[in-house]
Design a protein around this ligand. Structure first.
Ligand SMILES: Cc1cc2nc3c(=O)[nH]c(=O)nc-3n(C[C@H](O)[C@H](O)[C@H](O)COP(=O)(O)OP(=O)(O)OC[C@H]3O[C@@H](n4cnc5c(N)ncnc54)[C@H](O)[C@@H]3O)c2cc1C
Length: 400
């Protein structure tokens, strides 16, 4: 932390949020609606952390119910597709009408060899309520092929362009978001002094500090001398491919394990060409492979699962990215979002982008419980505003 003895501009806020990913932005919007004077600090660009790497699927729990039983995870996410859709229609708690809905449904497909297992799974009571088998004539175009012998189900899971969501939430809040230099801060009592991008220092006197900095929470907790909660990182090796693709597809391919064998979402690169973004078990297992090996495995997977696709002239690249979450024994995936308070500092991770609304709700109820006065949202200093991140596949250098 820098020694910052020079004078700083004092700013009194009810709530100070650190981190401009989906969690921090959703919380900022909801806190302001609730009448709190809230400011958000971002050290890189809005959406620059995990959020821009997310596939944008608003899970309704189907993926987590693959065992045929409802788990704590699947219950937590069950209401999220409806909540996000309402927001997209401009009738929800946040106006996402300017965001891009890439697909109203996510699909699940099986290859012929897995069909019997998948049928059994979908016949279960839990799954019947959540999915519909898609008739041949309504299938996504990619699967309208004589060589496709499997089954397709539509899941009630919309898919959003993640950065369009970030922009839709942040645009009306920009005056309340300050672009700061990451390592230049000092914490004393209930005051956090930071340095903006243009070198001006601001001393934020807060009533509650909310750490929603994703992976950055670990360094913040350590700088604030807070011992818990602990954070875990779970790596993924995602793959992107472009060239030779005609169809936009949003689908999991069901494999032999509980996790989808591969999850595909579709996006556009800077030139407007279709990019497929590949996750699922491929990305989980890929962390033990070199980039070259991972690309070879991805090629083989697609050749096996969608053999009629000609990817001989496609370009491939790998994205290494960690999921940051509260620590769980054995580095297991947390069941749901997480928020914990210690000394007026709330530390939170959504675990899934889809869960940002319920996490914001939880954080607000923790703040409400403290009965702090709500300060009228008076004019904030005119300060350097944060920029927006880019989608990884739109950064041309990634492809070389
Ligand atoms: C490959 C991948 C695919 C995923 N797909 C999905 C999906 O399809 N659906 C889904 O629901 N979830 C998905 N997720 C999970 C989802 O991306 C995350 O749960 C979510 O984006 C986390 O948001 P966040 O705001 O907590 O963190 P982040 O998005 O990481 O945001 C943290 C922000 O804090 C900033 N920051 C860090 N340190 C500081 C500091 N000291 N000062 C100021 N700012 C700081 C960072 O620059 C960043 O902007 C996926 C995750 C990955 C990795």
């Amino acid at each position: 932390m820098a020694d910052m003895n020079n004078s700083a501009i004092d700013v009194n806020v009810d709530v100070l949020i650190v981190g401009g990913g989906i969690a921090g932005l959703w919380a900022l919007a909801r806190l302001k609606q609730a009448g709190y004077k809230a400011v958000l600090l971002e050290s890189e660009a809005l959406g620059a952390g995990q959020t821009r790497y997310a596939q944008g699927i608003i899970h309704g729990g189907t993926k987590y119910a693959l065992t045929g039983k409802l788990t704590a995870s699947s219950e937590a996410v069950a209401g999220m597709p409806a909540l996000w859709r309402e927001c997209f229609l401009g009738k929800g708690e946040i106006d996402l009408s300017q965001a891009t809905l890439l697909s109203d449904a996510h699909y699940l497909w099986s290859t012929s060899s897995l069909t019997s297992r998948v049928s059994g799974f979908f016949a279960s009571k839990v799954m019947r309520a959540r999915t519909n088998e898609v008739e041949k004539k309504s299938r996504p175009k990619l699967f309208d092929h004589a060589d496709f012998k499997g089954q397709i189900y539509a899941l009630d899971e919309p898919v959003f362009d993640t950065l369009s969501v970030v922009r839709a939430i942040a645009a009306p809040l920009i005056p309340s978001i300050l672009a700061i230099r990451k390592d230049e801060f000092q914490h004393r009592g209930k005051s956090l002094t930071v340095e903006s991008f243009d070198g001006q220092r601001y001393a934020f006197n807060y009533r509650k500090l909310v750490l929603m900095a994703g992976q950055g929470n670990r360094a913040l907790l350590s700088a604030l001398n807070i011992q818990t909660p602990e954070m875990q990182l779970r790596p993924l090796k995602m793959v992107i491919v472009r060239g030779g693709l005609q169809d936009m597809i949003y689908a999991h391919c069901m494999g032999a394990s509980v996790n989808p064998r591969v999850t595909i979402t579709s996006h556009f690169d800077k030139q407007g060409d279709i990019v497929w973004y590949l996750g699922g078990q491929l990305a989980e297992d890929g962390v033990n492979r070199s980039n070259t090996e991972q690309i070879e495995v991805a090629k083989k997977e697609l050749a096996e699962l969608i053999p009629w696709l000609d990817l001989s002239s496609s370009q491939w690249a790998v994205l290494d990215i960690d999921r940051a979450e509260v620590r769980k024994e054995g580095s297991k995936r947390p069941d749901t979002f997480f928020a914990e308070e210690s000394d007026n500092v709330i530390t939170a991770w959504p675990t899934k982008m889809a869960l940002a609304p319920v996490l914001a709700e939880q954080v607000i109820s923790m703040i409400d419980a403290a009965n702090i006065a709500r300060t009228p949202d008076d004019v904030l200093p005119c300060w350097p505003i944060a920029s927006y991140a880019e989608l990884p596949w739109q950064e041309e250098a990634r492809w070389s």
